[in-house]
Design a binder for this molecule. Structure first.
Ligand code: OAD
Ligand code: ZN
Length: 283
């Protein structure tokens, strides 16, 4: 499970971090209260603030970082059952995690829907409008086009319901960079079997890690990237990570390097991958 905290190292602010989070920096959006940016009623009156954010987050502006590539490596190794993300920046896709391994629980800019005739379009069709600060309109009925981002009160995408079969099957749950404040996503943290270790990598304790830890919960507090780095070192995947990142960097070319934080000493041995009990002790 991932949230905005995995993308702050790519330069995208999260929502709730005091000071740096989007909800503390709304001047440029000119909205009456933070959540208005994701509210349908507000969007129909004034879609501009949402499109200001959309312009910022439209695919292409940011690059994945070490945390995204760690998730990609899990996939490459056949260990990733599914990545449930709340992020709408699309960086999981850019990092090479195939769409069938992804549940983009709060939607995506990859597709968009007309708010009047409900026709679907590739998000790319409206890039020009969004970049030119124009509210995109439907080429068929002229209705306002809304990227398929889940607004408050809207249903989550059908794929979200994969959780019904995924979570009981998981052998290990990573929860990375999320405040676990938004439902129904947050409740997924309680959906793995009670014998399954849950590993939180986050600045602070959140959700059940703050109020009802299980005996086998593990919390690695601090920066997401250094937490993931420690894990990679202990798994002895450092070389594979570097090779993967280098390969991806070459694909992108100059000027869009992913973030490589300095190495930090290791202090973890991770247990229970794919049902193989190893040994768990973190911190
Ligand atoms: P939040 O902003 O609520 O939480 C981000 C979490 O990541 C916080 O606990 C931060 O402390 C932590 N964090 C941020 N940067 C970090 C870093 N570099 N290292 C370690 N921890 C870090 O973001 P989400 O939980 O993703 O809805 O928010 C959930 C939903 O609320 C979002 O999907 C969004 C918003 O309404 C939509 O976009 C539709
Ligand atoms: Zn239309």
């Amino acid at each position: 499970m991932a949230g905005a905290g995995i993308s702050t190292p790519s330069g995208i602010p999260d929502f709730r971090s005091p000071g740096s989070g989007l909800y503390s920096n709304l001047e440029q959006y000119n909205i009456p209260y933070p959540e208005a940016i994701f509210e349908l009623m507000y969007f129909f009156v004034n879609p501009k603030p949402f499109f200001t954010l959309a312009k910022e987050l439209y695919p292409g502006n940011y690059r994945p970082n070490y945390a995204h590539y760690f998730l990609r490596l899990l996939h490459d190794k056949g260990l990733l059952l599914r990545l449930y993300t709340q992020n709408i920046d699309g960086l999981e896709r850019v990092a090479g995690i195939p769409p069938d391994k992804l549940v983009e629980a709060h939607g995506t800019f990859a597709t968009a829907t007309c708010t009047v005739c409900r026709r679907k379009f590739p998000g790319e069709d409206f890039r020009g409008d969004v970049m030119a600060d124009k509210v995109p309109h439907c080429p068929v009925c002229t209705g306002v086009i809304k990227p398929d981002i889940v607004f408050f009160g809207e249903e989550l995408p059908q794929r979200f319901f994969l959780h019904v079969t995924d979570f009981p099957m998981a052998d290990l749950l990573f929860i990375i960079g999320t405040s676990l404040e938004v439902e129904p996503f947050a409740s997924l943290a309680g959906a793995v079997r009670s014998s399954v270790p849950r590993v939180l990598i986050n600045r602070d304790l959140v959700g059940p890690f703050a109020w009802q830890q299980r005996y086998n919960d593990v919390a690695q507090l601090g920066d997401v990237v250094s937490g993931v780095e420690k894990l990679v070192e202990l798994l002895d995947w450092n070389e594979e990570m570097q090779t993967l990142i280098q390969k991806e960097k070459e694909k992108v070319g100059r000027g869009s390097e992913p973030c490589f934080p300095p190495s930090v000493s290791l202090f973890l041995v991770l247990g229970l991958f794919r049902g193989e009990q190893v040994h768990a002790c973190w911190g």
